[in-house]
Design a protein around this ligand. Sequence first.
Ligand code: SAH
Length: 349
Amino acid sequence: MAAELFSLIDHLRAEKNLTDDALTMLYENRTPETDAYLYAAADAVRRESYGNKVFLRGLIEISNICKNDCYYCGIRRSNRQVARYRLTLEDLMACAAHGYELGFRTFVLQGGEDAYFIDEVVVHWVRALKCAFPDCAVTLSLGERSRQSYEALFAAGADRYLLRHETATEAHYRRLHPAAMRLSHRLDCLAALKDIGYQTGCGIMVGSPGQTWPNLLADLRYMQGLNPQMVGLGPFLPAQHTPFAHQKAGTLADTLWMLAVVRLMLPQVLLPATTALATLSPEGREAGLRAGANVLMPNLSPLSVRKKYALYDNKATLDGEAAENVASLFDWLKTLGYEAVVDRGDYRI
Ligand code: SAH
């Protein structure tokens, strides 16, 4: 069996694809040995695309106010235990200036679907960032908006947009979201983003409640179809005061497996080793890089709000999130054999 799986992994690496049956066989019969072989293949493909570079993005969590009520999310509307906050433009510019000094050349603005952020406001914020830091890329992760809105933000200078699709399977989507939300709308948003010209990121939580292997397979097929420039992929982690507070977290092995398969299917993709992965396990981030990830997103949000942007419990922090630690993050990456890159780190066509 192991020999057969090794040859499937070789095939996946060479062809960037496998049949449903072959992927299923690889998933269901994996062992620590075949996983190690898979991660090594993904690591090699990442090196072919990007050498030993690891791209750093500065994450700024601009608001934890959200009109949505996703069952998994710690900042869902119904969670009355959350102390809500919204940064001001001055806060944002101060975070970005601090990040710029540390060397960051990509800023990721993430937040809940906060009604304050009408197009006019986001356009103003994006313009302010681009004007002050013209050599920086701006990534937005502000949820579902109209095509017209995405166009306006793109015209204002936003370069990239992250919108995890969460699951490509209707029944599973229903398990994770209240009736008011629609998978078709989320997928339409992703298609529009890609079409407009954003470097676009989709993605999922691995091990979210009710997720099955056929769901993961459908996610992989969806990703192949969309061919995004980025994929956000981390374990589901339970969040207190949510309907899923007592559900099991996704596993490290499943998350690494998905990271590696995504790397082999989409060799050029920008793939973060996420904060959720680091929260799940102290070795998570390193293991993610070893399994094909090539992006880290240190948090540049003001310290006063960090705890309030709690999508899940016990959120990890990363060296490099404070001025004095950036050097240690670079050193850490160096000891692992990686080179930290702070330039824009655009997707390579
Ligand atoms: N409102 C924005 C940003 C959402 S937060 C949007 O809709 O895109 C970013 C991502 O965090 C989500 O897409 C989701 O995949 C992830 N997330 C939310 N709750 C989580 C949890 N409990 N465990 C792990 N990841 C979670």
